[in-house]
Design a protein around this ligand. Sequence first.
Ligand code: SF4
Length: 361
Amino acid sequence: MPDTIGLYIHIPFCEKKCLYCDFYSACLHEKVYSDYLTALIREIKAWGSKVESRVDTIYLGGGTPSVLKSDIILILSAVRESFNVTTDAEITAECNPNCSFEFLESAKKAGVNRLSFGIQSGSDEKLKLLGRRHTVSMAKAAVKKAREIGFDNISLDIMIALPESDCKSLQEDINFICGLNPEHISAYILKIEQNTAFYSMRERLKLPGEDDTAVQYLTVCKELKRNGFEHYEISNFARKGKISRHNLKYWRCDEYLGIGPSAHSFLLGKRFYYPRDIKGFINGNEPIPDGVGGDRLERIMLGLRLSEGVNINFFSGDITEKAKELQKAGFIKLKDGRISLTDEGMLVSNSIITELIYENL
Ligand code: SF4
């Protein structure tokens, strides 16, 4: 058993599905919600009796953890009773900006010390287009309330390449998000996934083209750096000392346990996941094995997502020529024996990582 692990808890409920979202969640239904809480606590206790590692990060994601309201206290109490949670554990809860203040207050009481708000845009029109339930003024009020309650580690999401967006509207979104003074920002390029409402509307959406999307991504990288954020992972930016410790585990191939439908785990070298099925979870369905994890290639693939990059000795073959070629093209940096991607490289990370790995087979 590793000395420490991360714990992910999935809350698979949303008030209404956003038009672009393919995360696993269902509309809130009172009976299913209460059965789910019972099942979640059952699983937390069952895992707690098997896992000896200390838990030094906890992440409540979704779906929408803020639908829990005061039940977050129940869940985190069950976690503390079942696992050895370190005193300095990072405990994050995702929140919708239209969440109740009761949730924010309960989260604080329960020991949550990091909030992540899905703000996405500083334009009411864009939020409506995305099918979000919140408005710009709700976003401002939620962050203000969180500060008043005492949260000093807040992450905000911003979306890139929205329908009908251009660099000017993106700049307005960046200004709005930075104006809320977060410690951390996650910036995601909108992808049109199958099984979303956006997929069936895709011809009508007026999405920016590839080149405009690239310009938008690089604008976000430049502007967030100018505002004092370190670009530490393809989609993540943090003020000094505020990198997400939980998410870092995923990219560094550290071990973690995920509980809830669609939650993935990497424990004792093995990967497994709970199926995307709330009822199955309630009925006690077991997680499904998903092979072994953490081999050299996987560590390279995940490590290259981070600005710290990967030690060149990690590559078994000779990648010098390929690395020089990619460096000359501006896609990677070679420094102190490590390879990392530039902002331009992060934009096309999949193909650069594939090129480096192909060289290494
Ligand atoms: S609130 Fe989040 S998880 Fe729920 S539908 Fe919207 S984007 Fe998806």
